[in-house]
Design a protein around this ligand. Structure first.
Ligand SMILES: C[S@@+](CC[C@H](N)C(=O)[O-])C[C@H]1O[C@@H](n2cnc3c(N)ncnc32)[C@H](O)[C@@H]1O
Length: 266
């Protein structure tokens, strides 16, 4: 299967919007509406992508301005073109150096910080941006030990592209839940850390490889030119099909572990 583009492919990502929406909503369910109603404060959606969740945050918390931050122009263009609500704005920014323009009452981030190496050391700084009782809410995939991610490295070693893919780590390591608890506890008046394994229901050809090619597989694909990019993708897709077989009903179940953190500023 040829891949038209390996930049953040907003359309490919949105194809899986439903499966990816569920954890975003589960995280949102732990936000305190009292925070969203703080005058002069904004809700930030950090790593907002195409803005799907930013718009839902604004619907769920009427009255609060929502600011989506992302480093990808392509995602921001898509977000702006799809957002009519004037309370929602988008700005380009690197989460590694995030400085809010308006004071935040909620710092929300769905499936973004796993891209930043050393993100755990940034979380205390985020907490310090919040007022007392403000909330930091973060969701990250923690599936790097599952075959979907382990087989990226196996496929990377299994062809003439070996040297070009050496050292590509893919998604930065997401630590054990207790590590986040320990780092945030001194700054929190309430702290929840939990994991959920979602049994994602996928259909179609190469469903798991298609899923990861818009996220964790992306750095590997970007490092290769055609025809090696497609050859590498097909090697990975072959390995992954054995690990996640398609059932007689055409469904492929893709178990996916995600880590959630909700901290209330002391
Ligand atoms: C998997 S998408 C999630 C998008 C959105 N939060 C959602 O749930 O639909 C991850 C997003 O993080 C952004 N991102 C990755 N590293 C970033 C960084 N250092 N600074 C800002 N955004 C970043 C990517 O551009 C991408 O839009």
């Amino acid at each position: 299967m040829a891949l038209a583009s390996t930049v953040w492919d907003a359309n490919l990502y949105l194809k899986f919007a439903d499966a990816r929406m569920r954890p975003a909503l589960d995280l949102m369910g732990r936000l305190d509406p009292a925070n969203a109603a703080r005058p002069g404060h904004a809700i930030y959606d950090l790593g907002c992508g195409a803005g799907n969740i930013s718009r839902i945050l604004a619907e769920r918390f009427p009255g609060a301005p929502v600011v989506g931050i992302d480093s990808s122009e392509q995602m921001l263009d898509k977000a702006r073109s799809q957002t009519a609500d004037k309370r929602v704005s988008f700005a380009k920014g690197d989460l590694a150096h995030f400085k809010p323009e308006a004071p935040p009452s909620i710092l929300y981030s769905n499936a973004a910080y796993q891209w930043l190496p050393g993100h755990i050391d940034m979380f205390p700084g985020l907490m310090k941006l919040l007022p007392s009782d403000g909330q930091l809410a973060i969701q990250m995939p923690r599936n790097h030990e599952a075959p979907s991610h382990a087989l990226m490295h196996e496929a990377a070693k299994a062809g003439p592209w070996r040297d070009k893919l050496k050292g590509i780590g893919g998604i930065a390591r997401v630590e054990e839940p207790a590590r986040y608890f320990d780092v945030l506890k001194p700054l929190s008046s309430a702290l929840e850390v939990w994991e959920t394994i979602y049994q994602q229901v996928l259909t179609g050809k190469d469903p798991v490889a298609q899923y990861t090619s818009s996220t964790g597989l992306r750095p590997f694909l970007e490092a290769l030119a055609e025809p090696e990019r497609t050859q590498f993708y097909e090697t990975y897709a072959g390995l992954i099909a054995k690990a996640y077989p398609t059932r007689a009903d055409g469904i492929t179940l893709f178990p996916f572990r995600r880590l959630f953190i909700v901290a209330r500023r002391a």
